[in-house]
Structures are given as C-alpha cells and as structure tokens.
Design a protein around this ligand. Structure first.
Ligand SMILES: [Zn+2]
Ligand SMILES: [Zn+2]
Length: 369
C-alpha cells in the first residue's frame, strides 16, 4: 500500500505528523497532490476541542494542488497534471439543498463542509476530492499557488459577508474584527461600493492593513465606545450593514447595536455557547433589521469567479500569507498561528517545499512582522 505524509488530529491539542495510506479515486472522485495549503481559525477551534471531529482525521480545508488521479467519468473535463484549487466547501450539486441554492448546507446543516470535518482534509501530500466535477477548479495560467491560497476559504467567506449583507453603492458598513476573514469582508464592502467602511480591531497592525483593504476609518474597541463612535459617524443612525467576523457574543452584540433600524447584520463568525440578542438592540423585535449567517460559499463556479478577480488584478490577497512552512513544520506553524505570534495573518504550508520567488511580507511595509 502506498503511503503519504499527513498531519492527523488525535484529540485535544494532539496533532501528529504521520505516514497514512494514500487515497485512491473512485468514480466521480479525484485525488490531488497538495502543493499549498494553510491553517484556518476553525482548525484552531477543532484542535482546542471547541468543535468536535473524530480522532484520526486529517485536518485542513484549503487545498491548492495538481490533479494526480481521476476516477471514472471525469476525463472529458479534467486531466492529470492540471493545476486546481478546491473550495473549503464541496457541494454535491445534486441534493435538495444544492438545488435550492444553499450549496454550503449540502445534504443538511453545514454538510457542504467536508474536508477536515467529516472526511480527510488537505494537511497531507494527497487529498481525495468528492464530487470532483462540481468542485475541481482549474487555476488560471498566470497565477501562483500563493496568489490563490486564500481563495478556497478566506476570500470566499470574507467577501460573502458583504455580498450576503447586500452592501450597496454609498452604504455605510462596519466590520467587526480584522483578521484574515474580516479583512476580506472589508475588501468585499469596498468592491460592493460602500462609502464609509469602519474596520474594528484592537490590534494596531491589523487596523493598518484594514485601511489597505478598504477601511475608510478604523476603530480600536479597547480605546473607544465603538457603537457610540459608529452612531456619531452616521448622523446618529448606525450603519446600513455590520459584518461580524470573529464569533463572540461581544462582537455580535456590538455589530447588532451598530446597525440602523432596517439595517443588516451579516454574521461570518463561528460561535460557541449561547448567543444572545438583547431586546433593546433589536428595538424589542420591531426594528426591521435582518440578521444573516453565512458558511463559506464553495463549488467550482464560486472559485472561478474569485480567481478571475485576481487575474484581472482587482484583488490581491497574497499579502495575507505572512509566514511559510513545509508540511513537516505544520505543528510549529499551528503553534504560531494559534497564539497569533510574530504578527501572523495566514501561514502558507507547502508540502513540496517553499518555492523561490514567493512574495515575502517584507515587501509590504504595512504588514512587517
Ligand atoms: Zn476555514
Ligand atoms: Zn448537495
């Protein structure tokens, strides 16, 4: 039996680099050789035991790679050796939810999220891709792995915060938390034509990057009353759209209190425990507000659209990759990422080694580490 290296979850705070069987593709499936992947905040929740997955699972849901094997029925559309990405969410395209347009909820609640959740993920040399026809997305020729690494999850999720919030030309928007997802939400608000964009984060360096991604003003929640300041900036009304990009009661509540009557709270965070909406923040239930929640949009058409934005130089997310590691170094990278050390935003993990010529963070002054 052929084996491969992978980083396997064995329980709370127990990640191990191991040799495991290499997957094989059945009909409709593909195996890709991973050339780049990364670590998500959701993986940190899993490893800390805040989101349960089974022991023995390979984690990681952000794959960039090359097609190594195609199962039956895919030869007309794909070829071995083709460079592809796969979304973090892999909808089947055929079930009740997919055909009703909520692909991320494929087969049931959160069912579209399979990699590193219900099936083996991308922290490995090879990855089995289910429903490959709906999910393998060729990488446009000029783009490097590093340029597309944020597409499977971070860009798709972050930008969807603005899309699902239905941000319109001239809107005022506040984005709570400016981690990688929040920064992409800020970028999404700019792309959708928002006028005032408020980036909220306690970290000075993240507020600086927030301005690069489109924030017209940034606020430090530890230094001011953010809700009062947002009201002041919007003639006392509140913003049209607030985007929550952290997953805490406090940011959810601040986001809710910062929207105007009739406004929208677009929630991207992953919450645990109890989530409460105080009655006065929703005007006793009579404020005509909307709360929308979003799980990362996936599938190959979503991936194609996001990569076309990079090809046309409308967005550039490579600067979010602040640190680079090999697969063997993943536990070390995880430690750095989970404690947000060294000014890290996202880590690049390259199973075949770190390629020469990757853009280094030092080229972008605002994100010096
Ligand atoms: Zn993720
Ligand atoms: Zn489905």
């Amino acid at each position: 039996m052929e084996t491969m290296k992978a980083v396997v979850f064995h329980g709370v705070n127990d990640l191990r680099l191991e040799d495991v069987p290499r997957p094989r593709a059945k009909a409709g499936q593909a195996v890709i050789r991973i050339t780049a992947t990364t670590i998500c905040g959701t993986d940190v929740h899993i490893v800390k035991g805040e989101y349960p997955v089974r022991s023995g699972l390979i984690l990681g849901h952000e794959p960039v790679g090359v097609i190594a094997e195609l199962g039956e029925g895919l030869e007309d559309e794909y070829s071995v050796g083709q460079r592809v990405i796969v979304g973090a969410i892999t909808p089947c395209g055929q079930c009740f939810y997919c055909l009703n347009g909520v692909h991320s909820q494929c087969h049931g609640p959160m069912g579209g999220w399979r990699f590193g959740n219900t099936i083996n993920g991308a922290w490995a040399e090879y990855l089995l891709v289910p429903d490959a026809r709906a999910n393998l997305t060729p990488i446009p020729e000029p783009l490097t792995d590093q340029q597309v690494l944020m597409v499977p999850d971070i860009a798709s999720t972050g930008i969807s915060g603005a899309e699902r919030g239905n941000v319109k030309i001239g809107d005022s928007v506040a984005v709570f938390a400016q981690g990688p997802i929040g920064l992409c939400a800020t970028l999404g608000a700019r792309l959708r034509g928002a006028a005032l964009i408020v980036g909220v984060d306690p970290l000075t360096e993240r507020r600086a990057i927030s301005r690069q991604f489109g924030a017209t003003i940034t606020l430090d929640p530890t230094a001011c009353d953010v809700v009062a300041e947002i009201k002041r900036l919007t003639d006392g009304r509140g913003v049209d759209v607030a985007i929550e990009a952290l997953g805490r009661q406090q940011t959810f509540e601040s986001a809710l209190r910062s929207i105007r009557p009739g406004g929208t709270l677009s929630s991207l965070g992953v919450y645990s425990g109890k989530l409460v909406a105080p009655y006065e923040a929703v005007y006793a239930g009579l404020g005509d507000q909307r709360i929308v929640t979003t799980l990362c949009p996936g599938g190959k058409e979503r991936m194609r659209r996001l990569m076309s934005m990079i090809v046309q130089e409308r967005i550039d997310l490579s600067q979010l990759v602040t640190h680079e590691f090999t697969l063997d170094q993943l536990p070390e990278a995880f430690d750095l990422f989970s404690r947000q050390g060294g000014g890290v935003l996202k880590v690049g993990i390259y199973p075949e080694g770190i390629a020469e010529g990757h853009r280094r963070p030092s080229e972008t002054a605002a994100i010096h580490v």
